[in-house]
Design a protein around this ligand. Structure first.
Ligand code: UD1
Length: 337
């Protein structure tokens, strides 16, 4: 029996594939390679000694997806495949709603037709909107400020309705805080299209000389140094959370929702300092205006995942920075070879 990983060639999907293989699972990947490279498959094989079966397709292609379910014994699905850039979602809401919502509906329909009842969904701390306080627990009010976030919240709502109506459906909603870091081998990591929107890939591009300096978006937030505070979590810890969530679904719990974060808030300048120390690289920066839509502070209370999954983040900021740097310095052009 296999685990189907949609978006398995992407940043979090590829790290999760490795953790699943290491945990003894058979993995099948579907990915349309719209924001990833086929080279990732070679790297997964080099790390694990296993080359997962790979189908290049978009999850919205219902007949191709049906074929994947017919050809394989699929027991569970981890669904990463989605568009994920906040700014782009504001420019192209139709594309975001279509891709993220329709692909999930298609996948759920095909799963149902094939009697597959275990589903892990990639959600995000973005569903907490501007939280009234930190740390954030799973029962906080939910809201969003952009189409990307709205697709995550709408899919969560759909999953809650489906689970309510169908007692055989088991789903784990995982709300990620800020994923950073890379596999220890330095052979897979984050490679965003174009100029990075997120802080860590921007820092690593400055460190490797591809960008001249970091723009720090505001130093007048009500935080310890005025810059935004986030909960950065190592992608390998996040991957391990998916393995634990799948094990939880074996208990047939119905719908469960977990924050995956470390519980530690770090400011932009804290991360810049930690990265400089870990990499030995100076990161020139300048303070600029706040970015529209940003919040001051966002960090998790991850105690529910600890209690119910036996999961806790193992890696600290030093490893996050060292591993991001190893990946970027070994692969200055990402997966381009
Ligand atoms: C962003 C998204 C969030 C998404 C998450 C995925 C926005 C508004 N939010 O979260 O919906 O789920 O990515 O990882 O885009 N910063 C700088 N300079 C930069 C980049 C970032 O100062 O060049 C600061 C930001 O102001 C923020 C912190 O770094 O305080 C983290 O930013 P980022 O990595 O973009 O993540 P989020 O904004 O938390």
């Amino acid at each position: 029996m296999a685990v189907l990983v949609t978006g398995g060639m992407g940043y979090i999907g590829s790290h999760t594939t490795i953790s699943l293989i290491e945990a003894g699972q058979e993995v099948i990947i579907v990915d349309d390679l719209s924001n990833s490279s086929v080279v990732v498959l070679n790297r997964i094989e080099a790390i694990t000694g296993v080359r997962p079966k790979f189908y290049e397709l978009n999850v919205m292609d219902e007949s191709a997806l049906t074929q994947v379910f017919s050809e394989n014994e699929i027991e569970s699905v981890i669904h990463f495949a989605a568009y994920k850039a906040v700014g782009e979602s504001v420019e192209k809401p139709l594309e975001y709603y279509t891709n993220n919502i329709v692909n999930t509906l298609t996948l759920l329909r095909v799963m149902k037709a094939h009697g597959v009842h275990k589903f892990v969904f990639s959600s995000s701390a973005t569903v907490y909107g501007d939280p009234h306080k930190c740390p954030i627990t799973e029962d906080f009010p939910l809201s969003t400020t952009n189409p990307y976030g709205s697709t995550k919240l709408m899919i969560e709502d759909m999953l809650r309705d489906i689970a309510k109506a169908d007692a055989t459906f088991n789903v784990a909603i995982l709300r990620y805080f800020n994923p950073v870091g890379a596999h220890k081998s330095g052979t897979i990591g984050e490679e965003p299209n174009g100029i990075p929107n997120n802080l860590m890939p921007y820092i690593t591009k400055v460190a490797v000389g591809k960008l001249s300096r970091l723009n720090v978006f505001g130093d007048d937030y009500p935080t310890h140094d005025g810059t935004g505070v986030r909960d950065y979590i190592h992608v390998v810890d996040l991957a391990d959370g998916h393995v634990k969530a799948l094990q939880k679904l074996d208990e047939l719990p119905g719908l469960v929702t977990y924050n995956l974060g470390t519980g530690n808030g770090l400011s932009v300048l804290d991360l810049v300092k930690a990265f400089s120390e870990a990499s030995g690289q100076e990161i020139p920066y300048q303070i600029v205006a706040r970015r529209a839509g940003d919040i001051a502070m966002c960090y998790a209370d991850a105690s529910l995942a600890n209690k119910e999954l036996g999961w806790t983040a193992k890696y600290g900021v030093k490893e996050m920075c060292e591993d991001s740097w190893r990946w970027q310095s070994n692969n200055p052009n990402g997966y381009e070879i």
